[in-house]
Design a binder for this molecule. Sequence first.
Ligand code: NAD
Length: 508
Amino acid sequence: MSNTFQDNQAAAVTHLARFASEPLPHLIDGQPHASVSGETFVNTSPVDGSTLGSICAGANEDIDRAATAAAEAFDAWAATPGSERKRILHNVANLIEQRTHQIAVTECMDTGQTIRFMSAAAIRGAANFRYFADLAPGAADGKALPAQDHINYTTRRAIGPVGVITPWNTPFMLSTWKIAPALAAGCTVVHKPAEWSPYTAHLLAEIALEAGLPPGVLNVVHGMGESAGKALTTHPAIKAIAFVGESATGSMIQAQGAPTLKRVHFELGGKNPVIVFDDANLDRALDAATFMIYSLNGERCTSSSRVLIQRSIYDSVVEQLVAKMKTIPVGHPLDPASVVGPLIHPRHHDKVCSYRDIAAADGATVHEGPGWDQAPAGGCWVAPMLFSDATPTMRVAQEEIFGPALTAIPFDDEADAVEIANNVAYGLAAYLWTSDVGRAHRVSNQLEVGMVWVNSQNVRHLATPFGGTKRSGIGRDGGDWSFDFYMETKNIAIALDTHNIPNLGAAQ
Ligand code: NAD
């Protein structure tokens, strides 16, 4: 039986009460810890700006404690048989499934994203753990590469304690996407969640302990990026940083990690095109384009934030998209009927809304949905937006807005579509709609992105590589690509005693 708005509100009161009563601690070596400095910061609700609770603000000393705990736990966890890691990670998945509703309502209240998507995201978090749990026993497997005089084989070992730094959009699911493969590989983890959405990171670490993960294997330190985040990226015990967030932050992390030669994996911003040719199945294309920009409040790295429409169908497609956009329900994040909820934070709200004026000043036509007439004061409420008559160089066609705002640009032919699609700083994903198979292959090959979906919205298959090119990222997640990041590969060459060894010493 699905939960009603009232059920969800009652659950939110129950589940958020603990966060209101005392500052949310770090979880280090299996124990709650206040910050060494004693400092805290306030976490506010996107719904009405009210205070949800206070959070311990980590800094160098707290990261040092957590990194030390992760380093001390590393050898034993890396040496734990893969079958045992598999068992524990399946336990984590089981407990996530049992607590899906708690995770979803907590996430809704912390981020403003709506329950229909946060329920699915919590379930996907469990799926991420299950998928990598099953791969754990084979994570160290390598390749046999026989040569003439040597048998070469490779093995892999976990790289060491790693830092995971996550953003505030879908924070629970994104954390599991990084933490599950790290743990399956045998790494220990220090997780620094986004300061605007700290709660579900704590729930995940609690669940992991309850599931049997040894203390110190997964540690959580809260705090600001410039303090706790930066300290994690510079700590000598941390061997790699898996980061999801803005491109500019990725640049900073690369610089901060350089003195300790950190391995980095970046999933960054996007300005993803959905290209609609005039031979496309338009009903499906428009549903997919609408879904990919107005779901998750448009706060989604793979959102289809630019729709490129062949000129012959541009006017009618824009008209249909605007009509669809105007029916999108904006409402309370806990209401199962809502699609768009409030944005995460007043600062992000102001940024997203500023693009209305930017679009108009640049000469685009601004369309807006009706919003929510009962939106509480003090919240970060928006109405869905669509900017038509846009040109490829306008700011709304170039910059990541990260909100429910779609920019519609016409194109003439295949070459024009590829040129416009590629002419941005980002290169994460692209969506392509055509019934011409040859064109689907030709255009896919020319797009400068990490992922292309043809005649589809983003439908994840966990075995496939996920990641971007250009300012959208470095590296790939998914399947064995995740293990390549969290593990070191070693080659072992065994001689068959048949090869020549030069004799330089000339003993007679
Ligand atoms: P952000 O870069 O502002 O923050 C992300 C995390 O980095 C936070 O935990 C923050 O505290 C931390 N941080 C900030 N400065 C730091 C520093 N100097 N050193 C270490 N850590 C630091 O990003 P955000 O605003 O939270 O998230 C939105 C962005 O994330 C968007 O650009 C979006 O496209 C991107 N994103 C990308 C993907 C992907 O898979 N490519 C997925 C989700 C989100």
